[in-house]
Write a protein that binds this ligand. Structure first.
Ligand code: HEM
Length: 493
């Protein structure tokens, strides 16, 4: 097997290999461009760490789903030193803890269970829309709060509109930045040269231990704070219902408590920013493609009623909306390189050696650039998914945007419902347009994207205006009513 060639890739330099070939910005996009040079399977090495990039759906499906490369690379800094190796996304497939946590996540997030969260999702959407009436330019931080509140409320029973939710979400944001950086190959030197972790902290210029201690402290706060909140809650006379509370009441044992704590923390960590990033991509698309926004609104008005907020029951009657949601997941996928998988034994694929210990990235960005429908992949065009509009519809993003095989995202149904409720709520009640400068132009085409494992538009400006004063007043009344009910609920706790 060792005689077989490794897949093609850029020429390696001594010792560092391809370390400096790996782009830090738009990594997935650049890997996709390398298709023309090296093909659909690309091989790289960064300081002896083997990396394989799969630029097509067929290869990703074959290796990650059918051959089931289901392990994860665990970066030394993030995993061992900061302690995140106990979380569901970073546990090894063979670990008993992964099976326990995955089972718990499935219990909370399966297609049936998520129906129970539709009220809290609807509440978070109304509060978000209401916040846009007064503060439309603050839409990014309001959306962060709203998507965080959904996962927080479902996982820990923290009421959607409560001061605790703000504090927990602020902590989560800091942790997400740490994880995002730490998951990219080459992020920390200690990941490539593990012996560095044995160098004592007093050695000058060695900041490994200081970074690890700070990260570990942050991660533990995100895992512990809401968990302790639930433990206090479950002993109160009328505790809030939540995934964690239900699991704690049903199961006993210190081991199980550990699994519940990490499963809940993993869902909370993995579920908020991904949903937010997808909705931000939709908002950007609406500002750039006003005709498509109008088509979505026309369908909503016709099927659901003028300015009415759609519910999940309306979904099956909204083909254009559903195509627009698929298009959002395809146009700017929030996880363009998915989460990396890892090989724990030697393999052979298409005549190439797949070495043990290779990090395998499904390049979701490259997969999403398919040209099957004949419509340019760079364009935002829901029509590519509609039989009536094209001869061959594009590859369905639900088959790749949430990952592959046994590690496929367990939160996909919840995420999909949230995206539906937010984007339809927005278009039903508001009009989104580019914010133009004094020269009458906008700069949306140059929108910066947050880089890392999660990629989404950030710091862009759009005008978000209610469709009418009457609709704005109705939204405000609904939000006030919800706040009143929320306060009454809390005073009963
Ligand atoms: C639009 C939103 C979302 C997208 C695009 C997304 C995408 C992904 C992707 C690509 C993976 C990696 C799958 C693989 O390894 O092949 C993943 C894993 C994961 N996701 Fe999501 N996700 C989203 C929302 C959520 C939500 C709402 C939750 C939970 C509430 C969640 C929880 C998780 C967890 C726990 C994992 C790790 C699973 C494991 O390693 O076994 N995600 N997600």
């Amino acid at each position: 097997m060792h005689q077989l060639p490794l897949p093609p890739g850029p020429k390696k330099k001594p010792i560092i290999g391809n370390l400096f070939d790996i782009p830090l910005v738009d990594t997935a996009k650049v890997f996709a461009e390398w298709k023309s040079l090296y093909g659909d399977i690309i091989y790289l090495e960064a300081l002896h760490q083997r990396i394989m990039v799969l630029n097509s759906f067929e290869h990703a499906h074959e290796l990650l789903s059918k051959k089931s490369y289901s392990d994860r690379p665990v970066p030394i800094m993030l995993g061992e030193l900061m302690g995140l190796d106990q979380s569901l996304p970073l546990l090894q497939y063979s670990a008993a803890a992964w099976k326990h946590q995955r089972k718990l996540a499935h219990l909370a997030l399966n297609a049936g269970a998520i129906k129970g969260y539709s009220d809290l999702q609807a509440e978070a959407v109304v509060l978000f829309l209401d916040s846009l009436i007064e503060n439309p330019s603050d839409f990014i931080s309001q959306l962060r709060l709203a998507t965080g509140r959904i996962v927080l409320s479902m996982t820990y029973g923290v009421p959607v509109k409560s001061p605790e939710s703000m504090n927990f979400i602020a902590e989560l944001e800091i942790m997400s930045t740490i994880i995002d950086k730490g998951m990219m190959p080459g992020a920390y030197l200690v990941d490539a040269l593990p012996w560095l972790r044995y160098i004592p902290s007093w050695v000058p210029f060695n900041n490994i231990h200081a970074i690890a201690t700070e990260g570990r402290k942050r991660i533990l706060r995100v895992i512990e704070l809401p968990f302790e909140y639930v433990k206090q809650q479950v002993s109160s006379p009328s505790p809030n219902i939540s995934f964690t509370a239900t699991c704690l009441q049903a199961e006993g044992g210190a081991d199980m408590e550990h699994h519940i704590r990490w499963a809940a923390g993993s869902m909370y960590g993995a579920g908020s920013e991904t949903t937010m990033g997808t909705i931000l991509a939709f908002i950007l698309a609406m500002a750039l493609y006003p005709d498509i926004q109008t088509k979505i609104r026309t369908e909503l008005d016709r099927v659901v009623g003028h300015g009415q907020l759609p519910t999940l029951d309306d979904r099956s009657r909204l083909p254009y909306v559903n195509a627009a949601i698929k298009e959002t997941m395809r146009w700017n996928p929030v996880a363009p390189l998915g989460l990396p998988h890892f090989t724990i034994e030697e393999d052979v694929y298409q005549g190439f050696r797949v070495a043990k210990g290779t990090i395998v990235f499904p390049n979701i960005w490259a997969i999403s650039r398919d040209n099957i429908s004949g419509i340019s992949p760079d364009e935002f065009a829901p029509e590519r998914f509609l039989d009536a509009c094209v001869q061959r519809t594009a590859l369905d993003p639900y088959s790749y945007a949430f990952g592959f095989g046994r590690r496929k995202c367990p939160g996909k149904f919840l995420a999909d419902n949230s995206v539906f409720l937010f984007v339809t709520g927005l278009v039903s009640t508001f009009v989104i347009s580019p914010a133009v400068g004094s020269d009458g132009r906008h700069s949306l085409l140059r929108t910066p994207f947050r880089q890392g494992l999660a990629r989404f538009p950030e710091s862009f400006q759009v005008c978000i205006l209610p469709r009418s004063e009457q609709l704005a007043a109705e939204l405000q009344a609904r939000a006030r009513e919800m706040s009143k009910n929320g306060d009454e609920c809390r005073s009963n706790l």
